[in-house]
Design a protein around this ligand. Structure first.
Ligand code: 3HC
Ligand code: NAI
Length: 700
């Protein structure tokens, strides 16, 4: 008997269809694994069956192991044994794949003798993104089928490939537009009638790949991994294919899998996986229906507006792009089409797709053109007067029920909302640059934003494929507010003796893709200079203030775009330490009466990260973020915080808040006036609590 609930067998004239039915994504939980083993045994025993098809009900083929079971003791039957049972079945088995076949799902398919794919199906081994490696033969079977280069690429990146690429790599025997199960039944019946032998992936000859090619791949993977263990371990396991027989390779793969599944990195990446889905479930929004959105108007087609337009067009929305005059509009159109040209050049889409997407775009001068939209996103200059003027006018232009959004980075969304007669329809949609690429979207909930307006923003964000996190209103919202303390603490370290390149190196070593000074040069120093000038009038003179960035701006050093900033770009386009910057720094230290000292990478990291955690704790306690996971997902998806560390609050919980508090005290002492340990952190540290508990216990 198979497990009736999750695996059934249907018979189609001598071919058995093993149907997995385990919503939502047919994950390979214990019941499915058991059901599959029983189904294969039944098929082996039934003389009336000549072949089998492995297929799934619902929206997708098997999306992999059940991630919820990781971290718990493994329960038999183990997945490698399930794959082996299929591979060793005396009757041919074909996988019929629709939706996505991921992780253990693809490993099962690799164990099948044949694979039939629906044309829009995608397959991949995303295990490294969960901090593990494929644990059911993926690293041993894929190279045998696809060759080493393709296997290394797919396994170490976790990339999903479409049907065309799957064919190229030998992963698909047949691609069909419709009815993959019917096609697989016919296909495998023919193969059975031919009589075999049927291809067994494990028995395929090992392809050629030289030691030098492995070494080159290893260097490339190590560079990209930035401290994450799983991609290199995956490569090591793939390399075993060339060094040992299948059985031994499988044994080693399992060893590495079990070691990694219990690692801190895997726990952090699992947390990130679920947290990314959890952020979309906003406390209090259950059952609130979003308003329908078909057309989106975007006001301002500068850096952000053009990227937002592309993001919306990519997601299938009708878009109207609005500018102030004909010339600005042409420039904006140029930016939008330029982004699509780039995609075509890089082979991401073809020319016909570019035309289809641009065909959904209209370009217009004047706010009146926004009137036909269901949602309007304002992305003009960061100027409160201008934004209020626009929102005031929108009141007259927009139909009732339209959602009015602003992309402001720092300004008070409530203030902007008050410029309209319908502040409940106003919400912040804070995209990150480049808006069509960056995953993060902060959805800023104003004091009176209506629940269905927030729900609409979240629904649109989901369609855009963004990780949308709800933030309350404060200067800089969740992300830029925390970033400001990160930057300030970095500047303190510079004034005390560290050099920008030392700070950047320390943060790179932690796993950030770039250090704060390289990022500043990339973003442009003038933007934060303007922001500092805006805040200067309200800054308490007792606050510690480091003048180096202002001096650099006064010298016209705005970063990469001017060929100089914290680094010089004349000799090295990636930036090189500049003696002039060092002079400015040393002068600033002397003027502040600070005796410079050598500061090690550990102290740099400890101080900067403590500042981040401390501000995050304040953001949480103030209810600007509802849960610790919201803050973690902002930092991971928008600010380069290493995903394999989960996020600053997850990492703080892991390390223990007592230890973290001691570091925060040191960072605050260096900050001086205005820097205090967050009361929430102090309280949790004293009670032995965690940020995760706080979010679960108090806010939800
Ligand atoms: N295990 C447990 N739950 C899973 C899951 C999995 N592998 N994959 C998805 N889910 C859950 C999600 O948490 C979500 O639950 P919720 O509704 O309670 O929030 C629900 O299924 C739907 O998921 P999504 O919201 O992500 O749905 P989408 O349609 O947007 O995406 C997907 C579907 C592409 C399958 C995506 O969920 C995904 O990428 N899943 C993870 C795939 C993966 O990493 N597989 C490898 C697992 S490791 C493995 O197989 C080890 C093996 O080598 C031994
Ligand atoms: P930008 O200067 O590149 O573009 C602004 C555009 O708005 C210009 O093309 C201008 O012609 C247009 N514009 C001005 N007044 C207008 C009006 N009345 N009607 C229609 N169009 C008008 O500015 P950028 O960088 O795109 O920033 C826009 C907004 O997005 C700002 O609020 C900024 O703070 C925010 N933001 C910027 C980010 C960035 O990295 N640049 C990141 C996230 C948010």
């Amino acid at each position: 008997m198979t497990d009736a609930a999750v695996v059934h067998i249907e018979r189609e004239d001598g071919v058995a269809v093993i149907l997995v039915d385990n919503p939502p994504v047919n994950a390979l939980g214990e019941a499915v694994r058991r059901g599959l083993v029983e189904a294969i045994a039944e098929i082996e025993a039934d003389a009336g069956i000549v072949a089998a098809v492995l297929a799934c009900a619902g929206r997708s083929f098997i999306a992999g192991a059940d991630i919820r079971e990781f971290g718990k003791p493994p329960v038999p039957p183990f997945l490698p044994d399930v794959v082996a049972a299929i591979e060793n079945c005396a009757k041919p088995v074909a996988a019929a794949i629709h939706g996505t076949a991921l992780g253990g799902g693809l490993e099962l398919a690799l164990g099948c003798h044949y694979r039939v794919l629906k044309a829009d199906a995608r397959v991949g081994l995303p295990e490294v993104t969960l901090g593990i490696i494929p644990g059911a033969g993926g690293t041993q079977r894929l190279p045998r089928l696809a060759g080493f280069a393709a296997a290394i690429d797919m396994v170490t990146s976790g990339r999903r490939v479409g049907a065309a690429e799957a064919v190229e790599h030998g992963l698909a025997d047949l691609v069909v537009d419709d009815d993959p199960i019917g096609a697989a039944v016919a296909f495998v019946r023919e193969r059975a009638e031919e009589g075999g032998p049927h291809p067994v992936t494990a028995a395929l000859p090992v392809p050629e790949f030289s030691e030098a090619e492995f070494a080159k791949a290893e260097a490339a993977v190590a560079k990209k991994a930035r401290g994450q263990l799983s991609p290199l371990r995956a490569l090591r396991s793939i390399r075993n294919v060339a060094r040992m027989d299948f059985a031994e390779g499988m044994r080693r793969e399992r060893e590495i899998f079990l070691e990694l599944v219990a690692s801190d990195q895997a726990a952090a990446l699992r947390y990130a996986f679920f947290a990314e889905r959890e952020v979309g479930k906003v406390p209090g929004l259950d059952g609130v229906a979003p308003r329908p959105v078909a057309r989106i108007a975007i006001i301002g087609a500068g850096t952000m507006g053009s990227g937002i337009a592309v993001s919306c067009l990519d997601a299938g929305f009708e878009v109207t792009v609005i500018e102030t005059g004909a010339e600005a509009l042409e420039k904006g159109r140029g930016r939008v089409t330029g982004l699509y040209d780039g995609m075509v050049q890089r082979g991401r889409i073809d020319a016909a797709e570019r035309q289809r997407r641009l065909g959904r775009a209209a370009f217009a001068v004047g706010l009146e053109a926004a009137g036909i939209a269901d949602l309007v996103i304002e992305a003009v200059f960061e100027d409160m007067g201008l934004k209020r003027e626009i929102f005031g006018k929108l009141d007259a232009v927009m139909p009732e029920g339209a959602v009015l959004a602003t992309n402001t980075s720092y300004l008070d969304v409530d203030d902007i909302a008050r410029a309209t007669g319908r502040p409940e329809s106003v919400v912040g949609l804070h995209f990150f640059s480049p808006a069509n690429v960056m995953k993060l979207l902060e959805v800023v909930r104003g004091a009176v934003t209506a629940p269905d307006v927030l729900a609409t923003a979240m629904a649109v964000a989901r369609r855009l494929g963004k990780v949308a996190v709800v933030s309350g209103v404060c200067d800089g919202f969740i992300g830029n507010r925390i970033l400001a303390t990160y930057r300030k603490q970095s500047d303190f370290l510079v004034e005390e003796g560290a050099l920008p390149e030392e700070i950047d190196a320390a943060m790179l070593e932690y796993g950030y893709p770039m250090g704060p000074y390289a990022v500043a040069d990339l973003a442009g120093l003038d933007i934060s200079w303007a922001n500092r000038k805006r805040l200067a009038a309200t800054r308490d003179p007792r606050e510690r203030y480091v003048t180096v960035a202002d001096r650099l701006c006064e010298m016209g050093r705005f970063g990469r775009k001017t060929g100089a900033g914290w680094y010089g770009y004349a000799s090295d386009r990636n930036g090189a330490p500049d003696p002039l910057v060092r002079e400015v720094i040393e002068a600033a230290s002397a003027a502040a009466g600070v005796t410079r000292r050598k500061i090690g990478a550990d102290e740099i990291r400890s101080r900067i990260l403590a500042a981040v955690v401390n501000e995050a704790a304040k953001v949480l306690a103030e209810g600007i973020a509802a849960r610790a996971l919201d803050i973690d997902m902002v930092m991971v998806n928008g600010y380069g915080y290493p995903r394999w560390r989960g996020g600053p609050l997850f990492e703080a919980d892991r390390r223990g808040l007592k230890v973290v508090l001691a570091e925060v005290e040191a960072a605050c002492a260096a900050g001086g006036f205005g820097w205090q340990p967050a009361p929430l952190l102090v309280e949790l540290a004293e009670k032995g609590g965690t940020f995760a508990d706080y979010s679960a216990g108090v806010r939800l």
